[in-house]
Ligand binder design. Structure first.
Ligand code: 2AM
Ligand code: CA
Ligand code: CA
Ligand code: CA
Length: 266
């Protein structure tokens, strides 16, 4: 598999930040942690990883704009290109010693997602995708799962956090999905969830509210693996409205339908 120069830049940045996260994961008890809002933690590990990615990407492509979780928006001279970065997706898992977390880096060109990298340093799994070039886990080409029935499907989700989202609505959705599928999983890193859908490890996924850095790389990953991604209305505004539904064509359609239902009888 030949990676383009730009994808290599992204991979190098993700791997370097991944080494920093892996070191910090070995001694989480020593990390300084602060609260950004209710249930919303950030640590030195997040900031260090973000700094590494920012430095690497700025050096390789001076002037590109950024949208990063901790640093926010950074306008570069080049407003045609924008990096969308989550330096540590799954901070809560990370701080609890759960090895389910990832780094997510996406590149937009003229508002279109053109490259994405999701890296889980704990398992040394590197997911990459380029527009028109397919999606890969390490060197293996990815394809979404082929299951066609919701009743055979394992569906990932994220539970809305303390102080965010509509918990009542979510419970209705969860109850309906529980009643129609083979199982529901909640892993705690949306970027990794989306990578797992691309890899066919989960048949589908839905969550809200999410931020652009949680989903940008994952959206491209799933599409390049032959899958379907939309917002909850079936549109393409995932980065703007923070809702996401994904799967293969049939599971995506069935999941959208199930999420619209009122409470079912059982
Ligand atoms: P984070 O770890 O980068 O913050 C899990 O459901 C997803 O929600 C993860 O992508 C996680 O990203 C995000 N998340 C975790 N806590 C959150 C909070 N309090 N507010 C918003 N998003 C959160
Ligand atoms: Ca966070
Ligand atoms: Ca995140
Ligand atoms: Ca994060």
């Amino acid at each position: 598999m030949a990676r383009s120069a730009i994808l290599n830049v992204m991979v190098q940045a993700a791997m370097k930040a991944g080494r920093s996260l892996a070191r910090d994961f070995g001694e989480v008890q020593n990390l300084q942690v602060s609260l950004k809002g209710p249930g919303d933690y950030v640590s030195q590990a997040d900031r260090k990883a973000e700094e590494i990615i920012y430095t690497e990407l700025s050096r390789a492509r001076p002037g590109y704009s950024f949208l990063m979780e901790e640093r926010g928006a950074v306008e570069g001279e080049d407003d045609q290109h924008r990096w969308i970065v989550d330096p540590l997706d799954g901070t809560t898992n990370f701080l609890h010693g759960l090895p389910i977390f990832s780094i997510s880096i996406a590149l937009e060109r003229q508002g279109q997602l053109v490259a994405g990298v999701i890296y889980n340093p704990a398992m040394d799994e590197l997911y990459t995708a380029e527009r028109g070039g397919g999606a890969f886990l390490n060197d293996r080409r990815l394809r979404v799962a082929a299951r066609s029935k919701l009743s055979d499907a394992v569906i990932g989700t994220g539970i809305p956090h303390l102080g965010r989202g509509h918990h009542g609505n979510y419970l209705v959705e969860l109850r309906n999905v529980m009643g129609e599928t083979a199982g529901v999983r909640r892993l705690g890193s949306a970027a990794l969830d989306l990578a797992y859908v691309a890899a066919g490890r989960m048949d589908g996924f839905w969550e809200e509210p999410l931020s652009p850095w949680d989903v940008a790389a994952g959206i491209l990953m799933i599409r390049e693996a032959g899958g379907f991604v939309s917002d909850k209305q079936g549109g393409n505004n995932m980065l703007e409205n923070g809702t996401i539904v994904a799967g293969n064509e049939l599971i995506h359609r069935a999941l959208l339908k199930t999420l619209k239902k009122p409470v079912t009888s059982r």
